[in-house]
Ligand binder design. Sequence first.
Ligand SMILES: [Zn+2]
Length: 140
Amino acid sequence: MKGKVVDYEELVIGLRKRFPTDDACLKFLADFKWKDGFKCTKCGHTNYCKGKTPYSRRCTRCKKEESATAHTIFHRCKIPMTKAFEMAYMVCNKNELSSGFLSKKLKIRQMTCYTFQKKIKLCLKDKENVPLLAEIMKSK
Ligand SMILES: [Zn+2]
């Protein structure tokens, strides 16, 4: 168990440096999602203005607002973004980590860890979020 803890701390150094705050995580998600420019998911319009939440964008034609987390595995995530990123990173790195272990490390309820962990593993299978996770995995 001791070995595992050391491994963990070493593994997350790069990630914590790259994403020190929730703001940094949201900025990353927005940059990643709209790297080829903004396109409204409802009407296809490409002009936008700032939305209500940090890094969200609002279509200037139909007014639909899209958050930085929408259509990503971090959508409706109730835990802080930095912790969600850390969990995604650790689950991708070390698939065998238990939710109890993650719960202690991140100080998040075990059930929440378990649910999110399951979600990440499913995402790794359906491939839609794989490019995003792969980009997060580069934090070494
Ligand atoms: Zn629109």
